[in-house]
Design a protein around this ligand. Structure first.
Ligand code: NAD
Length: 462
């Protein structure tokens, strides 16, 4: 157990204003592995002031130099990749291999992508008799969740730094250790004091104080739709810009011409990955009625393989929440074909990889985000029915379409109300815009579209 002190504010680790701490628990064995300070409004204020003071200098720093800092940051993260993976495994519980391949590797790729974009982006352009300058939006408040703890921070900090913004990050209370590691990396990379600041703390205390702070120009939030709604309301009162990455309930649409076994196996893997704690997970699998029982059989077999392989969910509250949803699925008449509500182990916040068949679109498990290793398989009659079901939730973050012919899959994907669709198992692209239609959010992260969130335009006429 290690007691970590201080907040990273103005380029140094400073003692927190209050005495309260947050305990960090390893979800595998339920042991406290460390504590971090629980920041207050006073800490938030100090961090925002430091960011405001640093903003003019960083905004005026040539983009090539900002790009160079980001390239060093990417290299520092790469040099500390093992430590990142071990830290995420300790505080999130994800298997080490997954932490290495995803939790450590993706942030390195994203930091690298913004090093390149900062160097090549046209921060100035001509249109008619005007020159348009893309200027940093100002001081950014970044409030992040625990599910991909470093990725969620880097997906905000890297474009903010590339744009010339100063930033204050409030990471999730369950995973503050990798956030501290990131602050060390930013320091090591030589980012000027005050450009990046970190305040650990509780959402309703430090998070809310940060969102409400008048010195913040943009609140970039990733988390639940309920909290996102509150943050948008706070920002509206101050006419402050928000970027929101919220929940999802994505559809994996398997058209009759698809390679059924591949589509089902990849679909199950997608849902079980990170113990189902992925906002873009394809938690609803849509299968044509003629192939339905075959798909259910394939999914049942595939899910069984994950029994020993997946990690726990992040905490006891999430475990109880996910198990509650599984009970609700049974109570509403869905057919349980794998897993179930019983905890598979006595210790740790584990949930059995669970698959439901005979799920109808109106059931709770087909509508609400579960955020655990739970897949619902729904039956459709024809393509129009599949589209109605796919689009029939308040969410629209991601999705997948499988078909024998790519053009057929694309035609279907174009009709989906969602921000990102993988065609026949398309790979993750760190440059592709990521974000939601409908209640899945406002704005986009990653790549050039992500950079644009941190910029505002000024036009000069000649
Ligand atoms: P959450 O909304 O409870 O917390 C997210 C962050 O907000 C945390 O840092 C938390 O401390 C902070 N927070 C909580 N209350 C706050 C308040 N009143 N004011 C300001 N900040 C506050 O979400 P979670 O449980 O940490 O994460 C799970 C949710 O996040 C899921 O719904 C998931 O879909 C969503 N998510 C979305 C994306 C995306 O990109 N769309 C990515 C990851 C997670």
């Amino acid at each position: 157990m290690k007691a970590h002190d201080g907040m990273y504010i103005g380029g140094a680790w400073r003692p927190a204003a209050g005495q309260d701490v947050i305990e960090v628990v390893n979800p595998v064995d339920e042991q406290v592995i460390g504590t971090v300070p629980a920041g207050t409004a006073e800490d938030v204020d100090a961090a925002v002031r430091a960011a405001r003071a640093a903003l003019p200098g960083w905004a005026a720093t040539p983009p090539a130099e900002r790009a160079a800092r980001l390239a060093v940051l990417r290299d520092v993260l790469a040099a500390r990749a093992d430590e990142i993976a071990e830290t995420v495994t300790a505080e999130l519980g994800s298997p080490l291999k997954f932490s290495q391949a995803v939790h450590a590797a993706v942030p390195i790729a994203v930091a690298g992508s913004y090093a390149e974009l900062a160097a090549t982006y046209a921060f100035e352009e001509k249109t008619g008799n005007s020159v348009v300058h893309h200027e940093p939006i100002g001081v950014v408040a970044a409030i992040t969740p625990w599910n991909y703890p470093l990725h969620q921070i880097v997906a905000k900090a890297a474009p903010a730094l590339a744009a010339g913004c100063a930033i204050v990050v409030k990471p999730a209370e369950d995973t503050p250790l990798v956030a501290r590691l990131f602050a060390e990396a930013v320091h090591e990379a030589g980012v000027p004091a005050g450009v990046f600041n970190l305040v650990t703390g509780l959402g309703p205390v430090a998070g809310q104080a940060l969102a409400e702070h008048p010195g913040v120009d943009l609140v970039s939030f990733t988390g639940s739709t309920a909290v996102g709604r509150r943050i948008a309301a706070i920002a509206a009162g101050q006419v402050k810009k928000v970027a929101l990455e919220l929940g999802g309930k994505s559809a994996n649409v398997i058209l009759p011409t698809a390679d059924l076994a591949k589509a089902v196996n990849v679909g199950v893997a997608n849902v079980m990955s990170n113990s189902g704690q992925t906002c873009s997970a394809w938690t609803r699998m849509l299968v044509h009625r003629d192939q339905y029982e075959e798909a259910v059989g394939l999914a049942t077999t595939a899910a069984a393989k994950y029994g020993e392989r997946i990690g726990p969910v992040v905490n006891a509250k999430q475990q109880a929440r996910v198990r509650g949803y599984i009970e609700k699925g049974v109570a509403e008449g869905a057919r349980l074909v794998a897993g179930g509500p019983e905890a598979p182990r006595e210790t740790g916040y584990f949930v059995s990889p669970t698959v439901f068949a005979d799920v109808t679109p109106d059931m709770t498990i087909a509508q609400e985000e579960i955020f655990g290793p739970v897949l619902s398989i729904l039956r459709y009659e024809d393509e129009e029915d599949a589209l109605r079901i796919a689009n029939g939730t308040v969410y629209g973050l991601a999705g997948a379409v499988w078909a024998g012919d790519e053009a057929e899959a694309v035609a279907f994907a174009r009709r989906m109300e969602t921000g990102q669709v993988d065609i026949n198992g398309g790979r993750f692209n760190p440059l592709a815009p990521f974000g939601g239609y409908k209640q899945s959010g406002v704005g986009r992260e990653l790549g050039v579209h992500g950079l644009a969130e941190y910029l505002q335009t000024k036009s000069l006429q000649f």
